[in-house]
Design a protein around this ligand. Structure first.
Ligand SMILES: *Cc1c(COP(=O)(O)O)cnc(C)c1O
Length: 426
């Protein structure tokens, strides 16, 4: 083959695929009617006066709690707010240490810093890319106040080991399920194993209202604290309000902030929740097909922890095994794959906590007092750091179609491997 060939789409060659991909998000049947109902209801938020009908926010909270088999759900504005509410409801605050995964979205560090606590990143397991339980236990100090774990990409963290560690040390476990709506461990939905499960319903997630979030818990006490924290110190009153009255009572039991989900978003989520299981099944079936094909090409798909009984694919992920390809690096390889496919978001794994450009508390004056403690560059996170160089991820929207889409993705992997020299010369 000539060294002048430019076969790869990223270099101007013909792409593997020109056909359109499934659109994300996909609205549920009845979404327009539900939104119309909110528009004419006289109530666009739970902080508006009662109009004789159960709020969509309560209806979604009930449905989401029932979906998980727990009694309590408190919706919030987004996943970030969910984490803030869960941490503070667990009593975490100024000067406390919170253990967080070394490989995750930046919100897991900013939320801990946001309540004047100190994030302590720990490394992840190379197979699951979720926190390594042994590393969690080794990081516990007398100042540790909580453990935040993340079910990352398409894996469930080792909940058997992690719940045992949390119990042994008397620490609240917060499960960040922003990437794992509907996943199961030993038959039970994730988010139900710790003190709180927290969720994001931001645009990219598998359950979405554009922006949105929720916390779930088994504990009525924690749920009440969460209600106050997300509604400026107000909570739903226990007695039926009259029409025109406020449904939120000003108890002032606990000072809060406003992290309330609007009625529009709640109405959308109620419909989307109906689609979740079917979409999760379809994605998992397609991902299994792709796993088989890329294994033969020298990529090792992410696996989930042993007790996992249902996976949710927020992102499909795989390690580059080949050292020559790894030298090119996951970010460049991902860009080449994206150019071949023309649609799906293909990426490298997140930067490790100690190298995340978006985590820069020095740019905010409010963190000045804590600045030294908030420096994450002093931590060594070898697996998380290697993942940035060697793990490729594909967003779940690409898995909502059929097997022909998987063949196209596999063909893109095949082609990029075959023409890897074009990426070295850049
Ligand atoms: C998306 C995400 C968040 C933040 O959620 P937002 O709704 O964007 O605030 C937190 N944690 C993880 C793991 C996420 O993927």
């Amino acid at each position: 083959m000539s060294v002048h060939t430019t076969a790869l789409a990223i270099n101007g060659g013909e792409p593997i695929r020109k056909r359109a991909w499934p659109l994300w998000p996909q609205p549920a049947p009845g979404a327009l009617e539900a939104l119309n109902e909110v528009l004419h209801s006289g109530r666009w938020a739970i902080s508006g006066p009662y109009q004789g009908r159960r709020s969509f926010e309560r209806r979604f909270a009930d449905a989401f709690a029932a979906y998980h088999g727990v009694d309590h759900c408190v919706p919030t504005t987004n996943g970030t707010a969910s984490l803030l509410v869960a941490l503070e409801a667990c009593g975490v605050g100024a000067g406390d240490e919170v253990i967080v995964p070394g490989l995750t979205w930046v919100a897991n560090y900013t939320t801990v810093a946001g309540i004047n606590a100190v994030p302590v990143p720990v490394d992840v397991d190379p197979d699951t890319l979720c926190v390594d339980p042994a590393a969690v236990e080794a990081a516990i100090t007398p100042r540790t106040a909580a453990i935040v774990i993340v079910h990352l990409h398409s894996a469930v963290a080792d909940l058997t080991a992690l719940t045992a560690i949390a119990d042994r040390h008397g620490l609240p476990l917060i499960e960040d399920c922003a990437q794992a709506h509907g996943a199961r461990y030993e038959g039970r939905r994730v988010g139900t194993f710790g003190a709180f499960g927290t969720f994001s319903m931001q645009h990219s997630k598998v359950l979405t209202s554009g922006e949105g979030g929720a916390v779930i818990t088994r504990s009525p006490e924690l749920a009440r604290l969460a209600e106050h924290l997300r509604a400026d110190g107000r909570s739903y009153r226990s007695t039926q309000p009259a029409i025109g009255e406020m449904e939120l009572a000003q108890t002032a039991e606990l000072m809060g902030s406003n992290f309330c989900l609007s009625e529009f978003q709640a109405a959308v989520l109620l419909g989307q929740l109906e689609l979740l299981d079917g979409q999760n099944e379809r994605r998992a079936a397609n991902a299994a097909l792709l796993d088989e094909t890329v294994l033969e090409l020298g990529f090792r798909p992410q696996v989930s922890s042993l007790g996992t009984t249902a996976r949710t694919y927020y992102e499909w992920a795989a390690w580059i095994e080949d050292d020559e390809l790894a030298e090119i690096g996951a970010p460049r390889l991902a860009a080449a794959l994206a150019a071949e496919l023309g649609g799906p978001e293909v990426d490298a794994a997140y930067p490790a906590a100690n190298a995340n450009r978006l985590y820069c508390p020095g740019t905010r004056k409010r963190f000045a007092a804590l600045n030294g403690a908030l420096d994450l560059t002093r931590y060594a996170l070898p697996v998380s750091e290697e993942a940035r160089q060697r793990v490729v991820t594909i967003h779940h929207a690409a898995f909502l179609g059929d097997e022909r889409d998987m063949y196209d993705i596999a063909a893109a992997f095949d082609k990029v491997c075959a023409y890897r020299h074009e990426l070295c010369d850049l």
